[in-house]
Design a binder for this molecule. Sequence first.
Ligand code: GDP
Length: 457
Amino acid sequence: GEAWEATDEAAAAAEAGEQAAVTPVVAVVGRPNVGKSSLVNRVLGRREAVVEDVPGVTRDRVAYDASWLGRPFTLVDTGGWETDAEGMAASVARQAEYAAQAADVVLFVVDATVGVTDADAAVTRVLRSTRRPVVLAANKVDGAAQEAEAMELWNLGVGEPIAVSALHGRGTGDLLDAVAAHFPDREEEAGERASGEEGPRRIALLGRPNVGKSSLLNRLAGEDRVVVDPTAGTTRDAVDELIELGGITWKFIDTAGIRRRFRRLQGADYYATVRTSSALERAEVAVVLMDVSEPLAEQDIRVVEQVMESGRAMVLAFNKWDTLDEDRRYYLEKEIDRQLSRVSWAPRVNISARTGRHMEKLVPAIETGLASWDARIPTGRLNSWLKELVAATPPPVRGGRQPKILFATQADVRPPHFVLFTTGFLEDNYRRFIERRLREDFGFEGSPIKVSMRIRE
Ligand code: GDP
């Protein structure tokens, strides 16, 4: 209905303007044969990048997960970006321009034994015009003999040349120190459960009044096994319960709000919304309960929307399945198709708190949602996937220009958040297309995912 579309548009608008926080991106630029790929391999400490530094060689992978002194960053090998037949110097300069657009730090590699070439000079001009920090690597300094040659690269005017040997590893520590000095201040590490987040995983049991929340809670808990855990939550009288299911202890958030009856009083609507959002804030996954004995209500949809906005994992539980007849079942499926199509990624369980039907399916569904919520796709895998996708279906031309997607990283988990580094604005339709394909190919069942872009003008 209307509400869905309005929310969708608002979210898209908010996302379009957003500059996502990501791990720092370091792009390696330089003309062919200076040793870019060897240096990338050296930094990665493995032999994964294609070493052959030949123009026009298409590489499968352009971006890698790397780290220096415990600080993660994305290392981008720009070697594969040159595609036009406009001459080597020009295409290397173009490549450097893209790199500077997308990266936080540019690692400019020059062959010290050859000295400054036309292509190096062209790259230098491009890099000077950007305000991106540049670290200059004077490569192939395998011994003291080449040190003087390295110092001649001061003449480029992009700062101190750092003498390295990608082949032997000489000087790469100093080089990475220089690169890391330009990283933005370290933020909370993405992907780890923050301190104080250890312990049982946290479930919010949600749904409008009378859908069967307290019946389900009672059935799951079997009263005697319940441990009441008073929590200093945002809701004054929030009470969490630890319940063991399938051999694992789970924390059910704000069960006081479920077990009490006052929520059903007139005017409790606003109160319920506030309570739901404060429970969601502390939860990792939401089980949204719906009552199949009645048509899906606006209030049910509102709860689902609240979960979507919270970015939490979600399981849809259709309760009172014992009341269902053929007729009602037919209409229920129609209602679900019509009103819940935007959360078709959420696992669905058809249960009865009264009879205990399919109780055993609840925990696996919750675990699926949490696993998706936590999931991280390695940068290399993500980019080989993206490369194929974009080759088959390039972004539409906009204002006479075709935006290029340079590479992507997964910036965050809980929920998974992907950032596309682009040279121009991607239409919402195209972003949604990528989101859909991410789901088709990687799953993420039970978790929302987010796709945003980072444009460098
Ligand atoms: P809450 O407001 O969401 O906590 O809902 P309650 O657990 O209080 O349940 C509301 C009503 O639905 C009560 O009369 C329950 O007995 C009934 N109920 C709950 N679960 C089921 C079920 O699976 N089948 C049937 N037939 N009734 C149920």
